[in-house]
Design a protein around this ligand. Structure first.
Ligand code: FES
Length: 576
């Protein structure tokens, strides 16, 4: 990244007088020799390491491998922390802080003497947060995600992190599992470093980063503890130095063609619905035109090729040994479903990267001619008077018999309200009921948490019912399953029609027709609207207040409105 013929970092380390002395001297306090200021590319390594984000806790080690590569290629690596968002601990939801990570990382990349960055992420929100930041600064960047955990093992069978939690909970409620067995199973699920090893949001977003061209081939699938992840990290350190010299920036890689590839890959891997919201947000930072409807239109021709939980049987470790994401992208390329010229961090088109990718296990990675699930079973976008801005449903995680359904609404203003009565044997509910869980959107909860797939009422579980239609303005974990309509926009807290639904109203879900309809007349809805009042604000100060005042709706990626777009990497003024 040149500035007046020199590297950007030269503005700091090449400066003369008091200013340059201050920039260099304190760095030398870390024990660096003066040669590191000889004009070589300075590479920031943005690490979302934290013991509070268990999926990312090994990123320090990954950073060491990246540093080796940067030194090898003649660069000067400097690791710095970026906000770590752990999905399992943060309340009210990690998603509330994705945009804060993106804002923090953007400012750190811009304000420091960096010529390029390597982005180390893992848990769900850290990957999109860092990609949003890199897109807005537009310094050359390579991502290295932390990789999935090894397969969970419980009682001789593989168990997927996240996905098994839902099943264990249902089994516990239904009496198929004891509390002691549950506690034992906890230790069997997450048994190594890494992020969830189902095709949940972390695996999905790692795959999206690779499909967008921002990760090296195979980066998404090497297990966190596999030596080849560390080899790839070292290679990424070499690559970023080259990208700086070539001035190849994220804006030249994450183009419309790359986003089309990512959307199709998401369909092929049976990826998380969360990819929709994150890809919209990343595209918004780059000014790439992308709409909710693109996800439906582009995915319709794409069969699901990967047989992974939560839709299928296997886990990320199996996916890795079967050939990983390159094997999937090769199938798509040969079926004419990949923009092969889209340039990647390798400097080559994505088609060239995957042209010879082998597949070693056709049980795990199927062919386009004999897919795991046929085309048209991916994420569908619904519209109607209940979701004028759109909503999504993951068809492959839904029960086929519920994809066309008419039922009476049973409405709750929060998941807590629902869970307060969900075990009541007298609850007025049957398998045809449509559970409406609202005020879970970006403003409503706040932060749009993964609460939409509420567990079924106990009386239905005891009768053997395993699925029912649920509708919510929140999100669903990528590890979860069920016939759940998500991301309803506008959300209830923003005055969307979801806020006007009452117990007993008829709702029609028609996924083949892509509609979601509330059978209430316009006149009646207008009357109800006149009596509706927005909920009280969640906070009077701080990040939550700023977030709630400026967050956009799900169909726009739930970014803050003033963060959409880019500010570039210029910093006009000296600090001393
Ligand atoms: Fe971090 Fe699942 S909890 S990836």
């Amino acid at each position: 990244m040149t500035v007046n013929g020199g590297l950007r970092s030269t503005q700091w380390f090449g400066a003369t007088g008091r200013t340059g002395m201050a920039h260099r001297s304190w760095m030398r306090g870390q024990g660096f020799t003066p040669e590191v200021f000889d004009g070589r590319p300075v590479i920031g390594i943005a690490s979302t390491w934290s013991e509070l984000a268990p999926c990312n806790v090994h990123l320090h080690r990954v950073a060491e491998s990246v540093k080796r590569g940067v030194w090898q290629a003649g660069g000067f690596p400097l690791e710095f922390p970026a906000m770590a968002l752990g999905e399992t601990l943060l309340r009210p939801t990690a998603m509330l802080y994705r945009n804060l990570l993106a804002m923090e990382a953007e400012e750190l990349m811009r304000a420091n003497p960096l010529d390029g960055v390597v982005l180390l992420s893992g848990c769900d929100k850290t990957t999109p947060g860092l990609l949003m930041a890199a897109a807005s600064v537009d310094l050359p960047a390579v991502m290295i995600t932390g990789g999935p955990m090894l397969n969970g093992k419980y009682q001789g069978t593989d168990v997927g992190s996240g996905t098994a939690v839902w099943r264990f909970e249902e089994d516990l409620v239904a009496g198929r599992m004891t509390q002691e067995e549950c506690v034992f199973a906890e230790g069997c699920m997450a048994r190594s470093n890494g992020h969830c090893m189902t095709m949940g949001t972390a695996s999905t977003m790692a795959s999206m980063a690779e499909a967008l061209g921002m990760q090296l081939p195979y980066s998404a699938t090497w297990p966190a503890v596999d030596a080849r992840r560390y080899e790839t990290a070292q290679r990424a350190g070499q690559v970023i130095v080259g990208l700086v010299r070539q001035e190849l920036r994220p804006s030249a890689i994450m183009t419309r063609a790359a986003f089309e590839n990512a959307i199709r890959v998401n369909a092929a891997i049976g990826g998380s619905t969360n990819a929709v919201i994150h890809l919209l947000a990343i595209a918004g930072r780059l000014g790439v035109p992308l709409s909710l409807d693109d996800f439906d239109a582009l995915a319709r021709d794409v069969p699901t090729l990967v047989n992974l939980q939560p839709n299928g049987q296997y886990l990320m470790e199996d996916f890795c040994y079967a050939g990983g994401l390159p094997a999937v992208m090769r199938e798509l390329a040969e079926a004419g479903l990949l923009n092969t010229d889209a340039v990647t961090v390798t400097g080559s088109g994505i088609g060239a990267n995957v042209a010879d990718a082998p597949c070693w296990n056709r049980e795990v990675i199927k062919t386009a001619g004999d897919p795991f699930q046929p085309a048209g079973t991916g994420t569908a976008v619904l519209r109607g008077n209940l979701a004028p801005g759109g909503a999504v449903i993951k068809q492959s995680a839904s029960s086929p018999h519920l994809l066309k359904h008419r039922g009476r609404a049973l409405v709750f203003d929060s998941p807590a309200d629902y869970y307060a009565v969900s075990n009541d044997p007298e609850l007025d509910v049957d398998e045809d009921t449509v559970l409406v869980i609202r005020y879970c959107g970006p403003r409503g909860y706040p932060g749009m948490p993964e609460v939409s797939n509420v567990a079924l009422p106990r009386k239905l579980l005891l009768r053997g019912v395993r699925d029912m239609v649920r509708i919510c303005d929140g999100r669903m974990s990528g590890t979860a399953y069920g016939t759940v309509v998500l991301h309803v926009a506008p959300e209830a807290a923003a005055g969307g029609p979801l806020a006007l639904v009452r117990d007993g109203d008829w709702i029609i879900l028609d996924v083949p027709a892509r509609t979601l309809t509330l059978e209430v007349s316009d006149g009646e809805l207008a009357e109800r609207r006149a009596g509706w009042r927005p909920p009280a604000p969640h906070a009077s100060r701080g990040w939550t207040r700023l977030y709630c005042e400026r967050v956009t709706q799900a169909d726009s990626g739930a970014d803050l409105d003033f963060l959409v777009g880019a500010s570039g990497h210029e910093v006009p003024r000296e600090s001393h």
